[in-house]
Design a protein around this ligand. Structure first.
Ligand code: ADP
Ligand code: MN
Length: 179
């Protein structure tokens, strides 16, 4: 028998999706519910300078994928991580046991990003990104269908249901990978 599961007791989870879909909020709730360590990759990039400078036009940092992956490798090695980032193709496939792709209506994305004070061009770009399901397509290109969980995140009820679903996955994973 060829072992197919990575040798970790607790899963690594990626929560991805267009900005404004609710990644950070959902990932925090998941981490709290089942005792995973949460890392918001965008914050890590800023704190540790894992970028190639600032992009004025879009109020964002130029992503340096190699720096990000090198920095994160050791923290992903032992499992138990819940990672949140708006793009997913840069990470090694082997890192994740579950890839959650959050989806939201364009009206929700618009309101949430405008409420966060994003410039109109940045709001527009992200609304289009969600309409074109850019992140979902990227997830499908980068990870096996079996590990991808696409979830609606329009309402607080959605969010609670999503946290429950992921918590159930984590508990099942831990049971299956017990000694
Ligand atoms: P992201 O990290 O994907 O950019 P956030 O978690 O920061 O998204 O959420 C953006 C805003 O939308 C926050 O104010 C959050 O409370 C709200 N929000 C996120 N998901 C939902 C949801 N499913 N229902 C209602 N509000 C939500
Ligand atoms: Mn976020």
């Amino acid at each position: 028998v060829v072992p197919t599961s990575p040798p970790r007791r607790s899963p690594n989870i990626l929560v991805t999706g267009t900005p404004g879909t609710g990644k950070t909020t959902t990932a925090e709730m998941i981490a709290l519910a089942v005792g995973l360590e949460m890392v918001t990759v965008g914050d890590l990039i800023k704190e540790r300078g894992l970028h190639d400078g600032y992009n004025e036009e879009f109020d964002t940092y130029w992503l340096n994928e190699d720096k990000v992956v090198d920095e994160m490798e050791s923290m992903m090695a032992h499992g138990g991580m819940c990672i949140d980032f708006h793009t997913c193709g840069l990470f090694p496939e082997r890192w994740f046991d579950l890839v959650v792709v959050l989806r939201a209506g364009t009206d929700k994305i618009y309101d949430r990003l405008e409420g966060r004070g994003y410039k109109p061009n940045k709001v527009q770009e992200n609304v289009e990104c969600e309409i074109m399901q850019v992140v979902l397509d990227e997830a499908r290109e980068s990870y096996k269908a079996e590990v991808i969980m696409e979830l609606e995140s329009n309402t607080v009820d959605d969010m609670e249901a999503n946290v429950e679903k992921v918590a159930a996955f984590v508990n099942q994973f831990k049971k299956a990978h017990e000694q």
